[in-house]
Design a protein. Structure first.
Ligand code: AMP
Ligand code: DBH
Length: 550
């Protein structure tokens, strides 16, 4: 039975029964899935980690490592239901750690390498995490220093595990594994597997509780649509913990299929192209700005990319013009993917007509994904009309973790998730993303919640009020612009000072405003609210006026 837990609303029993009866929920867990693949083909390569000295772990090896690490975690008092914040770059240990946690039923909380002390402190304290797993140094940043800062503020955080060289107060991950033990109370398929992060539109990021059953369905459903089988080679070019490269079909989809995962330490063509050539990569996923860079770089023809069959592009709207360039430049099929960590994932199909592939963001994975397009009063609109996308289905959550107030606003009474996306449906049932109603900036796939940044800027002593909006950008699609009203009589502040102030509050770099504009007052709507629409129009006009003439 799927009972609502104290931490988050679960799937109502009648829906759970339906999803099981339909065969979407297969009653599998991540721990068992890896065990099964390892039994089927222990010698097959699961993970290729070029950064880690070119390591190649077989399914058998990954399975054995997960068992030993699971036993080590248990020995250190980490057990079922405990939360563990995992912040790792694209290294093989990421999979060792998460499968060890899956096996014992502890819940990974998927932080991104870009997160800094403000975000990590929140994840650790809000989830009452038992442990935090980091790399020593990655991309020139020392995560051990970050761990010490966080630990000073979150006394409940018992363990810091470091991949690589630990600091004084840390434990080397390599010292944790012990002889495997039988797990007395393994997680059940309907139970939570992990907490994923929402891009969000609120002051602090919300946590997304996903179950083994629902997420595994999104994996094999994606595999069928993207043509992933045991012969596939998936290149993980985006940060591994993000929902897109994790599950659409991503590394976990590839592992479900018994395929091979190749980890790219960075997504740039100079790193990724040689890996595609050497490892015979068949598919990968990119955000739109990177897809643009790749199509341009491919023209140089320095690398043989002929193994690449499918390029998935999603996370933000991919323009039609850019989409048209993919096949000629890279010689592969484009698959647009419009997904969200809360659940619903849409793909264009490999055999869709080219026009559909370049002009739509795909259609849902499941016949049981319910899609509604509604007006501001939740009335259903006719097909083709543009409105708010609401969704409910076999892998879409019914509520955020420990967030009853947000849940009341983010879900309808009958359990539809309010995506905040503005879309229209084509006659073929494909979704076209037309815009967004949520107060968020989508910076090339990296989501920035306006309210979160506003709260930080408001902490500046000279700031009276602030409104963060998107501004158009040829490369990222959107960037962030903070409109600031200074306090009366305050010393003038420079825009660099505001940016520095935000950065020093310990936020991910992608959240630092790209531009800061000072105004005497904000434009208002009819009822006196700040009109972000007018602010967006103002900055767009300003950019047009100052753009270099061609
Ligand atoms: P998140 O909540 O961080 O998982 O981000 C999910 C959101 O990213 C969606 O609700 C959309 O706003 C946006 N998104 C993802 N893929 C696409 C896409 N292909 N086109 C437009 N927006 C997208
Ligand atoms: O942006 C996203 O969150 C996203 C994009 C594509 C996603 O979660 C996914 C596919 O699964």
């Amino acid at each position: 039975m799927t009972e609502p837990t104290v931490d988050a609303p679960g799937y109502p029993a009648e829906f759970a029964e339906r999803y099981r009866a339909a065969g979407w929920w297969r009653g599998e867990t991540f721990g068992q899935m890896l065990r099964d693949r390892a039994a089927e083909h222990p010698e097959r390569v699961a993970i290729v980690d070029p950064a880690g000295g070119g390591r190649r772990w077989t399914y058998g090896e990954l399975d054995a490592r997960a068992d030993r690490l699971a036993a080590g975690f248990l020995a250190r008092g980490i057990g079922k239901g405990d939360r563990v914040v995992v912040q790792l770059p694209n290294v093989a240990e990421f999979f060792e750690v998460i499968f060890a946690l899956f096996r014992i039923g502890a819940l990974p909380v998927f932080a991104l390498p870009a997160h800094r002390e403000t975000e990590i402190r929140h994840f650790c304290s809000f989830t009452e995490a038992a442990a935090y797993v980091v790399a020593d140094v990655a991309e020139g940043y020392d995560y051990r220093v970050l761990a010490d800062k966080v630990r000073a503020d979150v006394p409940g955080l018992k363990h810091v595990f470091v991949v690589g060289e630990p600091g004084e107060e840390h434990t080397a991950l390599a010292d944790v594994p012990t002889e495997p033990v039988a797990i007395a109370d393994p997680p059940l398929p309907h139970e939570l597997a992990f907490l994923q992060l929402s891009g969000g539109s609120t002051g602090v990021p919300k946590l997304i509780p996903r179950t083994h059953d629902d997420y595994i369905y999104s994996l094999w459903g994606s595999n069928e649509i993207c043509g992933v089988d045991e012969n596939s080679v998936y290149l993980c070019a985006l940060p591994a913990a993000h929902n897109f490269p994790l599950s659409s079909p991503g590394t976990l989809g590839a592992l479900y299929a018994g395929a091979r995962v190749v980890l790219a330490p960075r997504p740039s063509p100079d790193v990724a192209f040689p890996l595609i050539e050497r490892e015979g990569v068949t598919l990968t996923g990119l955000v739109p700005p990177l897809a643009l860079v790749w199509t341009e770089a491919a023209a140089a023809g320095d690398h043989d990319l002929s193994s690449l069959e499918v390029l998935l592009v999603g996370g933000a709207k991919f323009s039609e013009e850019a989409a048209r360039r993919v096949r000629p430049a890279l010689g592969c099929t484009l698959q647009q993917v419009f997904g969200m960590a809360e659940g619903l994932v849409n793909y264009t199909r490999l055999d869709d007509p080219e026009e559909t592939i370049v002009t739509t963001q795909g259609r849902p994975i499941s016949p049981d994904d319910e899609i509604r397009v509604v007006d501001d009063e939740d009335n259903d609109l006719p097909t083709g009309a543009t409105g708010h996308l609401l969704t409910r289905g076999p892998y879409t959550i019914r509520g955020y973790w420990r967030a009853p107030e947000h849940n009341a606003a983010s879900f309808t009474a009958d359990g539809f998730y309010r995506t905040g996306d503005v879309v229209r449906l084509t006659d073929s049932g494909h979704i076209v993303v037309e815009g967004r109603a949520k107060d968020q900036i989508n910076r090339g796939g990296e989501k920035v919640a306006a309210e979160e940044i506003e709260n930080h800027i408001l902490a500046h002593p000279a700031v009276h009020d602030v409104a963060v909006v998107s501004m158009p950008d040829a490369y990222l699609g959107e960037r962030t612009c903070a409109y600031v009203v200074l306090r009366e009589g305050a010393e003038p502040v420079k825009s660099v000072a505001v940016k520095k102030f935000v950065r020093e509050r310990g936020l991910a770099a992608f959240k630092v405003p790209d531009r800061v504009e000072f105004v005497a007052a904000f434009p208002q709507t009819g009822i006196g609210k700040v009109s972000k629409k007018d602010l967006r129009a103002a900055i767009a006009a300003e950019l047009r006026a100052t753009a270099p003439q061609l």
